[in-house]
Design a protein around this ligand. Structure first.
Ligand SMILES: NC(=O)C1=CN([C@@H]2O[C@H](COP(=O)(O)OP(=O)(O)OC[C@H]3O[C@@H](n4cnc5c(N)ncnc54)[C@H](O)[C@@H]3O)[C@@H](O)[C@H]2O)C=CC1
Ligand SMILES: O=C(CO)COP(=O)(O)O
Length: 330
């Protein structure tokens, strides 16, 4: 596994390029934007999505998917709602058995498909893995210490992936629980919006701790229903990522929630950002998926009501606080 292809040159794809290069791999980074490709190759910076980091030599940007598909391993790092189309574009170029490592965090709108299901459909001969966990791109790009979950059903292949991308400061922990790893990453974005709302509304640290904890219960219920294991959700891809994104203004999901909590309109907040805020697009899909499985996810439903149904924030908060008392078990 000497060469790593990365599909998607946003902040996370670029940070993964930086860390894979630090691990000694040859890196090819695919971007949709031809001006961005020229910029990265000329200046070794991604001025659109991660401007503050200079990249090592040995990272080549391209607009040609074939160059990425020719690599030993391919990391899929587009926003979740675009992963299906991107994987379908890769399909004619795919060589059977090549690992496809899903690094996007979300659930597909409409189909409610997990990212593994989306990629399985588009690339049926790929060996699928999921990379998830508490990872702000800028910190990874700078080489600050970070630990992630790398989930792969074939543990021997998973170990080779860990060895290919791991470094002393980018530490993958191996798992065989893909469902747990990907549901943790997808749902924590919705919960991070809720935590931001609480902070922006001035509801206090107690309320945020309660949301994180009861959010964990929601996230775990959904993961178990989809075949995941509770202990995965207690690890980096669940609790770890939730702690990170539910308490840091660096998080795009948390900061969007904060602005909503202050009373700003969603459309205005989104209009000011280039970066993707995945929880906005996943909230509805999570709630519909949970509904189809008969699972209660009241915090996610509250976020969905605010984001997608124009519900008034204080009414939604009052409704959450008026729910019947219940036992704490999941
Ligand atoms: N930024 C971070 O710290 C982390 C991000 N992630 C996940 O990685 C995924 C990508 O996020 P970022 O790199 O942060 O995105 P970003 O917000 O930095 O950049 C947006 C990316 O989306 C691409 N894009 C926009 N429209 C597209 C389309 N129609 N088809 C294909 N690509 C399109 C852009 O070219 C760009 O690469 C998301 O699922 C995110 O949750 C995961 C861990 C950390
Ligand atoms: O997934 C992330 C950290 O693990 C990034 O979170 P945000 O998209 O909320 O910034």
């Amino acid at each position: 596994m000497n060469s790593i292809g990365i599909v998607g040159a946003g902040a996370w794809g670029t940070a993964l390029a930086a860390t894979a290069r630090r691990a000694g791999r040859a890196v090819t980074l695919w971007a949709r934007e031809s001006e961005l490709v020229a910029d990265i190759n000329a200046t070794r910076r991604n001025s659109l999505y991660l401007p503050d980091v200079e990249l090592l030599c040995g990272i080549r940007a391209t607009t040609d998917l074939a160059e990425v598909a020719a690599c030993d391993v391919v990391l899929l790092v587009t926003p979740a709602q675009h992963l299906g189309a991107t994987a379908r574009a890769l399909a004619p170029l795919w060589r059977p058995g090549v690992p496809a490592v899903i690094c996007a965090k979300g659930i597909e709108q409409g189909s409610h498909a997990m990212m593994t299901e989306v990629v399985e459909r588009a690339l049926p001969t790929a060996a699928i893995a999921v990379l998830s966990g508490p990872t702000f791109a800028i910190e990874v790009a700078r080489g600050l210490p970070t630990a992630v979950t790398l989930a792969c059903a074939d543990v021997e292949l998973g170990q080779r992936l860990v060895d290919a991308i791991g470094t002393p400061t980018f530490r993958p922990y191996l798992s065989d629980d893909l469902a747990g790893a990907e549901i943790g990453g997808a749902v924590k974005n919705v919960l991070a919006i809720a935590c931001g709302i609480v902070e922006g509304r001035g509801l206090g640290d107690n309320a945020r701790a309660a949301l994180i904890t009861r959010g964990m219960a929601e996230l775990t219920r959904l993961a178990v229903a989809k075949g995941g294991r509770p202990e995965t959700l207690m690890g980096l891809a669940g609790l770890g990522d939730l702690i990170l994104t539910a308490s840091s203004a660096q998080s795009r999901n948390y900061s969007l929630g904060f602005a909503l909590g202050e009373g700003r309109a969603l459309a205005d907040i989104l209009a000011e950002r280039r970066a993707v805020t995945e929880g906005v697009w996943t909230a509805g899909a999570v709630v519909e998926l949970a509904g189809s499985l008969g699972i209660e996810m009241p915090i996610c439903a509250a976020v969905d009501a605010v984001i997608n149904q124009g519900a008034e924030l204080d009414g939604v908060i009052r409704a959450l606080l008026s729910r019947p008392f219940r036992s704490e078990g999941i």
